[in-house]
Design a protein. Structure first.
Length: 91
């Protein structure tokens, strides 16, 4: 199997009057016992970095994206689990 790398370059960060950049980065890793690894990451800048709704959207997209990288069965399982989540812990 060939090595596949996929990424999206983040947009230019927004800077405030003092030159500081507000950002948040969310990264999810999956490492298998056969030394395969996958990573999905999302980086938010400016107002989006502090917005709970943007964070939630990024978390969902990263989880679904990682599932898709691992394979169709994982992608389907992640999507189904997120759709069925009712706020309780899994048993």
């Amino acid at each position: 199997m060939s090595d596949v790398q996929t990424w999206t370059e983040p947009p230019e960060p927004a800077q405030d009057d003092e030159g500081d950049t507000s950002s948040a980065r969310l990264t999810i890793h999956w490492i298998a016992v056969d030394d395969r690894s996958h990573e999905a990451a999302v980086q938010l800048f400016g107002e989006q970095a502090n917005d709970p709704e943007q964070f939630a959207e990024a978390l969902l997209r990263a989880a679904i994206g990682l599932g898709a990288l691992i394979g169709p069965a994982h992608h389907w399982a992640v999507t189904q689990r997120l759709a069925a989540y009712d706020g309780t812990t899994a048993t």
